[in-house]
Ligand binder design. Structure first.
Ligand SMILES: C[S@@+](CC[C@H](N)C(=O)[O-])C[C@H]1O[C@@H](n2cnc3c(N)ncnc32)[C@H](O)[C@@H]1O
Length: 228
């Protein structure tokens, strides 16, 4: 397998300029609200999921794909104090915000890059995490992204996926959470939610290690390992 080329100059110059981004500033308020809507306190809930699923000696090298403003990546850095945590996102404004607000951990690094062309070498991470990320990837790029995750993961590495799915039909709740979510999400997200995720990851060479659903089936978490 080949190494992916380094980041483009366009990315690094935007980071240097560091434009103010309202989206990056408001992102955590918005997601916090969504979790409250589901009945949970966001940071506590996310930390619990990470601790429940991730095998950790505290020394692993972790990649957080589509890290947005870096809040989750910072939580990861606190869980792997002797390891290294890297957050990658395509939006230079998100990365600028993350660097500015969360780079107080010496084991934490943020990189601007495209997850369909990850700027890391083969077999370089023990763990890759994808939190509410894959549904954001255009359907046409999803297979490239999964190939890239597999490429950068070590043979005995873990891939943690936490994302939306179509919840089971329930007359009582009328799937209100799903319809509320669809107000904010595009067609690729709707397509992703309808997939059989266990089958999807199997097709791309990941074997299932553990699985759980949350918020009446609206969210799922899968811990996967590459079948190399
Ligand atoms: C819903 S947010 C991710 C949430 C974040 N992981 C969290 O836990 O709060 C989706 C992010 O994916 C990023 N993104 C979308 N396409 C991408 C790509 N091809 N490469 C890298 N990041 C991408 C967006 O810039 C956005 O910040």
């Amino acid at each position: 397998m080949t190494k992916t080329p380094p980041l483009t100059s366009q990315h690094s110059s935007s980071q240097k300029n560091g434009d103010f981004s309202l989206k990056a500033h408001l992102y955590s308020f918005f997601t916090g609200f969504l979790y409250l809507f589901g009945g949970a306190r966001e940071s506590r809930f996310r930390k619990k999921v990470l601790q429940q699923f991730l095998p950790s000696t505290g020394e692993e090298k972790v990649l957080d794909i589509c890290c947005a403003n870096g809040k989750q990546t910072q939580t990861l850095a606190s869980l792997f104090p002797r390891g290294t945590v890297v957050g990658v996102d395509i939006d230079p404004k998100m990365i600028f915000y993350a660097k500015k607000h969360f780079q107080n951990f010496s084991n934490l690094k943020f990189v601007c890059g495209d997850v369909s062309r990850l700027p890391f070498s083969d077999n370089s991470f023990d763990i890759v995490t994808s939190f509410l990320a894959l549904h954001e990837i255009p359907t046409t790029l999803l297979s490239l992204v999964l190939h890239e995750v597999k490429r950068v993961l070590k043979t005995m590495g873990y891939f943690l996926v936490f994302d939306f799915q179509l919840p089971p039909k329930s007359f009582s709740s009328l799937n209100l959470r799903y319809y509320a979510l669809r107000l904010f999400e595009n067609e690729s997200a709707a397509f992703f939610m309808m997939l059989d995720h266990k089958q999807l990851f199997k097709k791309f060479g990941f074997k299932l290690h553990a699985a759980q659903t949350y918020f009446k089936g609206l969210l799922f978490c899968l811990l996967l390992q590459p079948e190399k």
